[in-house]
Design a protein around this ligand. Structure first.
Ligand SMILES: [Zn+2]
Length: 308
């Protein structure tokens, strides 16, 4: 069984500055941590991601917005929203980030392996169809969901988002498709302010799990697992996508959840077990938030280990 580690050096060209929490050091920490685990490092299949095409990004985003991102980057960079910036390299970074997930889907669907982790930035789950938001440019996971339906004719996709923030962008991009079920557990009340439990989407295909900060970690694991089971009641996914935000770890500067590495492993294993019965084990996971780089890296290593 092979698990892919998918990334691209262009993800390091999204230059937000070292004062920004979503800085390039986050991915560097992951590759550094991987080198400290040579057994895992050599077992993983390493894939340098392709760049998503504009047509692929347009599966979920408006052409005018895609043009805006490309042109701002071409002009040397600028602000996209209050806390989201683009640099000259951001166009290539964002296309490589989305492309990594598409490669992950292809990897899982063509039988080369079953599961992949994509170490990408900028993250994606706050991005909307027509604008950037919350450090996110393009909705990587949502694009991958639609791509898997179009390219591989998958009927049903489950997206699980354990980032400490509500995946408002992902919800907005997928909630009109009843064949995509979206589960998001997030701190409440917290940025971006969306995602109450009663917001189930127009097709009842959204499971929002708002949680208080500072609870015992097992409470988060249980709530998430319960929501995953609810979301898969009478709905057998053909593919599981994970928005793996590691700002849900204890001590993250942008979140108040209390997960430890063991809980990341528990959540990963819970999904692997279920995916094995649903869809031959197919899971594509992608980095979202997580702003204590060493902790994020440790979690990524444990997460990838648990994907085997
Ligand atoms: Zn987050």
């Amino acid at each position: 069984m092979s698990v892919a580690f998918i990334s691209h050096s262009d993800c390091g060209r999204h230059d937000t500055g070292w004062g920004h929490p979503e800085h390039v050091g986050r991915i560097r920490a992951i590759t550094r941590a991987l080198r400290e685990h040579p057994e895992l490092l050599t077992t993983l299949e390493h894939i340098e991601s392709r760049h998503a095409s504009e047509d692929e990004i347009a599966l979920m985003h408006e052409r005018r917005y895609i043009d805006t991102v490309r042109e701002i980057a071409r002009a040397g960079g600028g602000a996209l929203d209050a806390d989201t910036v683009a640099s000259e390299g951001s166009w290539d970074a964002a296309r490589a980030g989305a492309g990594a997930l598409l490669d992950g889907v292809d990897f899982a669907m063509t039988g080369r392996g079953k599961r992949a982790f994509c170490a990408v930035r900028p993250p994606g789950h706050h991005a909307l169809a027509d604008r950037a938001m919350g450090f996110c440019l393009f909705g990587n996971v949502a694009i991958a969901a639609r791509y898997s339906q179009r390219r591989h004719q998958l009927a049903r996709v489950l997206i699980v988002d354990w980032d400490v923030h509500h995946g408002n962008g992902t919800q907005a991009l997928v909630e009109n498709d009843a064949n995509i079920h979206f589960v998001s557990m997030h701190q409440w009340p917290w940025y971006p302010g969306t995602g109450p439990a009663e917001d189930r989407g127009p097709h009842q295909n959204v499971w929002n799990v708002p949680m208080a900060h500072g609870l015992p970690p097992q409470r988060y694991v249980e709530a998430m697992t319960r929501a995953i089971d609810d979301a898969s009641q009478g709905f057998t996914p053909d593919l599981v996508l994970i928005s793996a935000g590691f700002d849900s770890l204890r001590g993250d500067p942008l979140g108040g959840f209390t997960l430890e590495i063991e809980h990341v492993v528990a959540l990963t294993r819970a999904l692997v077990e279920r995916a094995d019965t649903w869809c031959e084990g197919r899971i594509v996971s992608a980095l979202e938030g997580g702003y204590a780089p060493e902790r994020v890296a440790e979690a990524c290593v444990a997460h990838m280990g648990a994907l085997f």
